[in-house]
Design a protein around this ligand. Sequence first.
Ligand code: PMP
Length: 390
Amino acid sequence: MFESLKPMPADPLLQIIAAHRADTRSDKIDLGVGVFRDEAGGTPILRAVKAAERYLVANQPTKGYLGIEGDPVFTDLLRPIIFGKNGGDASLVPGIQTPGGGGALRLGGELIATARPDAKLWLGTPSWPNHRPIFEAVKLEVREYRFADLTTQTLLFDEMMAALRQASAGDVVLLHGCCHNPTGLDLNHDQWREVADLCSANGLIPFVDLAYQGLGESLEADAMGLRTIFERVPELLLAYSCDKNFGLYRERTGALYVKASSADLARNVASNLAVHARVSWSMPPDHGAAVVRAILEQPELEADWQAEVAEMGQRIRAVRRAIASAAPSLSAIAHEYGLFSNLAVSREQVDALRTEHGIYIAPSGRMNVAGLKVEDAPRLVAALDAIGAL
Ligand code: PMP
């Protein structure tokens, strides 16, 4: 039967990882894969995570099954961090543990496709390359609009609003909660409010993807957009990832929350989510969520985690400032948020950056700012200049 399969292209980022690994130059720089790196170039396990893991080894009583919805204590402990104190009432906003933010997006897509198969999913471009295929996989129609102009590093808010005004009631609007991947361009407070008002007036359902909370400005500030829109609309989906802000990447730790307009509808939503999860992964992996729970249940660990998130954010902002001060034409990078910035470069320039300068970025021009050491900013800028990208 497999003769009918067409070969599929490999993920371009995986090719970059392989090429970087094979590169023998000692001064090579990896700005491709989207993980936080410290000033020494590593992605260390957070202190709070290590402490929580030690705690689990000593205290976890069983590895018995949890259940389809994962650990409800985990999803409840995250609520105040995401929705603010007393926010995200569980009786109106059911939450379910998922394998990472990616699992939450897929599960949310399944729910939408079941509730309203003809809903269109509005997606600003460029976006995380996995967004479109995830929603197409659940057979939703994806409508794209231009979100950013890479040559000027600006967010095209007017174009975005003009596109969303074309959306019909019941359509879904995918929004990056903070630290936009791949551009680092985030909506400001007034813009979030305008989008919220449009969604509320026209019956559009926001689907917020919050994968980097804390790595932009702060845990609180990075949730501002979500909270602004959350309180203004009757229905909303939120895909949450703990993989970046807890540094848990491979543990696949995330959650999906869905705001419904009544407790009865919320119960219905929860039961549908459980059915979709059951036929997808049956039950989510436990370890990452158990670590997050152990951290958030112990005030000293939570305080340490918060300090570590703040340190990660500080480092990212320091790298951004270093790039901007080395190249005035890249000054916009200092005003972007999170791990990424998308340079306006051609495939040839990306190749030249790699072959001539040992600097690896995604073929799309996306660069993981957090992969750079502050001291290497002048070298990056000189290389960009040499390939004609400044
Ligand atoms: N959304 C965005 C915007 C992302 O960048 C990512 C991860 N790169 C995810 C969701 C998925 O996160 P996770 O690794 O938790 O599945």
